[in-house]
Design a protein around this ligand. Structure first.
Ligand code: PLP
Length: 410
C-alpha cells in the first residue's frame, strides 16, 4: 500500500528544531529539566539506557554477593546483554498471557536468595504492575530496577515511572521520545545509592572524544532526517532492504553488537537535549489526545486487543501495542503494512531465548507466553505525522487480517 514519499516513524519521538542547536539559547541543564519533570532531587546522565543499566547493576553487585537478575522474557535484548556484560546471571520470567506483565506465579518461583535485582519493565509507554513486584522483592531482599526506556513520563497516582523502585533507568536513544541520539539516565531516591552510582559512573564511563564526535554528528543527522519527507533515507529504505533480504532481526534494529560503549555525554548534546526537553510535556499531552481518539477507533475492531492503562496509571503514547488473535493474523497484517511507510512494525522480534546471539545463555528456557506475545503483537505509530487516512487504512488492513480467526472461533 506504499504510494507516497512520506515515511512515518514507528514511534513518536520528539522532533528537534534548529533552535535546539543554537548555542545562544541558554536553558537550565538537561539533568535539572529531567529532575523537575520526574519530580526527583537529581538525575544522573549516561551515554545510553544500556550504559545506565550497566552502571546500576555494577553498583548493586559491588555491595552484594547475590548474582542473579530477573527480567521479563520479552524485552529489549540490550537488557540481557547488559546483565551478561556485568557478569551477572539473567533469569527470564514468562509473561502473563496476552500482556507484557510478569506472570505472577513464574515470578514467585524465580525469587530466591541469589536474586540481586528484578528489572520491572514499563513497555510502550505503559506503566507496569509494580506493586506486587516491589513487595515480592522486599521480602526476598532484592532491589527493584525500573526500566523506563520506553515510558518516560508515565505515572501511577501522579508518581512518575522510574521513581518508585530503587533505581530508575531511562533511555534517550533516537526514537524513544526525548533524544540525544544515544543517551540514558539514572534516578534513585536513596542518597547513599546515588553517591555510589556516581562513583561507578566516574570509574566506568570516562570522557571519550571519538564517541562524542560520532554521537554529535548522529544527533545532527537526527535533526535533519527525523521528518516525514526525509525519514525514508534513514529508516524506511534500509528497513525495506533488510526485509527484502529476509533479515528480520536487522529490520527491527534488534541486531545489537555485544560491546557496550561507556562514556560521558558532552556539553553540545546535553544542551540540545535541554532545549528540546522544554517541549516534552506539551508534546506528550498532544500525543495522549491523538491516542485517545485513535484508540477508540482501534477498539471497535473485533478480535484484537489494544494494550491500555492499568488502574490508577497514566501512560504515554509513543505507539499502540496491538495484540492480534493469532500469529497468522499478525503476519498477514504485517505483510501489508510493515513496508508501507506508515509506522507499523513489531516491537521486539522474539522472546529473548529466540535471538541467535542469546541462545547460548537461554537455550532451554520455556517461556510460552512471551513467545506467544512476540508472535501476535504489532505496533502502530502514534506519531503526529501519521495521517488520518493512513491510520484508517491501517485499521481496515488489521480488521481484515483478524477476521478469518473470528470465523474459525465461532
Ligand atoms: C531501548 C531499550 C533499552 C536500552 O536503551 P538504549 O538507550 O537503547 O541503550 C532498554 N530497555 C528497553 C525496554 C528498551 O526499549
Amino acid at each position: 500500500m506504499r504510494d507516497t514519499w512520506r515515511e512515518v516513524p514507528p514511534t513518536a519521538g520528539l522532533p528537534l528544531q534548529w533552535r535546539d542547536f543554537d548555542p545562544r539559547r541558554k536553558r537550565p541543564p538537561l539533568e535539572e529539566a529531567l529532575a523537575e519533570f520526574l519530580d526527583v532531587p537529581s538525575v544522573q546522565l549516561e551515554c545510553s539506557g544500556t550504559a545506565a543499566l550497566v552502571i546500576a547493576l555494577t553498583t548493586l553487585k559491588r555491595h552484594s554477593i547475590r548474582r542473579s537478575v530477573i527480567m521479563p522474557a520479552y524485552t529489549c535484548p540490550l537488557v540481557a546483554l547488559a546483565v551478561l556484560h556485568c557478569g551477572l546471571k539473567p533469569l527470564l520470567c514468562d509473561l502473563e498471557p496476552g500482556t507484557f506483565e510478569f506472570h505472577a506465579p513464574a515470578l514467585a518461583r524465580l525469587f530466591g536468595s541469589d536474586v540481586l535485582a528484578v528489572i520491572a519493565t514499563h513497555l510502550g509507554g505503559r506503566f507496569c504492575d509494580l506493586v506486587p513486584v516491589m513487595s515480592a522483592a522486599r521480602r526476598c531482599g532484592a532491589f527493584v530496577i525500573e526500566d523506563v526506556a520506553q515510558s518516560l513520563g508515565a505515572s501511577r497516582r501522579g508518581v512518575k515511572a522510574g521513581t518508585m523502585g530503587d533505581i530508575g533507568v531511562f533511555s534517550l536513544a533516537a526514537g524513544k521520545g526525548l533524544t540525544l541520539y544515544e543517551g540514558g539516565a539514572l534516578v534513585t531516591k536513596d542518597s547513599a545509592l546515588r553517591d555510589a552510582l556516581q562513583k561507578t559512573s566516574a570509574a566506568l564511563a570516562p570522557d571519550n572524544a571519538s564517541w562524542e564526535w560520532r554521537r554529535s554528528l548522529q544527533l545532527i543527522g537526527y535533526g535533519l532526517f527525523y521528518r516525514p519527507s526525509m525519514l525514508r533515507f534513514a529508516y524506511g529504505t534500509p528497513l525495506r532492504r533488510a526485509l527484502r533480504k529476509g533479515r528480520m532481526i536487522e529490520a527491527i534494529g534488534d541486531d545489537f553488537a555485544s560491546t557496550i560503549p561507556l562514556h560521558r555525554v558532552g556539553a553540545f548534546r546535553r544542551n540540545v537535549g535541554a532545549r528540546a526537553a522544554a517541549r516534552l510535556p506539551a508534546f506528550l499531552d498532544a500525543l495522549a489526545m491523538q491516542a485517545a481518539m485513535r484508540r477508540r477507533i482501534l477498539q471497535t475492531i473485533p478480535g484484537i486487543t489494544v494494550i491500555g492503562d492499568a488502574d490508577y496509571t497514566r501512560g504515554t503514547w509513543p505507539f499502540f501495542m496491538v495484540v492480534m488473535p493469532t500469529s497468522a493474523a499478525r503476519d498477514c497484517a504485517l505483510d501489508q503494512l510493515w513496508t508501507a511507510g506508515v509506522g507499523v512494525t513489531r516491537l521486539f522480534m522474539h522472546a529473548l531465548p529466540d535471538y541467535p546471539y542469546l541462545q547460548a545463555h537461554f537455550g532451554a528456557n520455556d517461556v510460552p507466553n512471551a513467545r506467544d506475545f512476540a508472535s501476535r503483537m504489532l505496533t502502530i505509530s502514534n506519531s503526529p505525522w501519521l495521517l488520518e487516512k493512513d491510520f484508517h487504512r491501517i485499521c481496515s488492513v488489521i480488521a481484515d487480517a483478524a477476521a478469518p480467526s473470528l470465523r474459525n472461533s465461532r
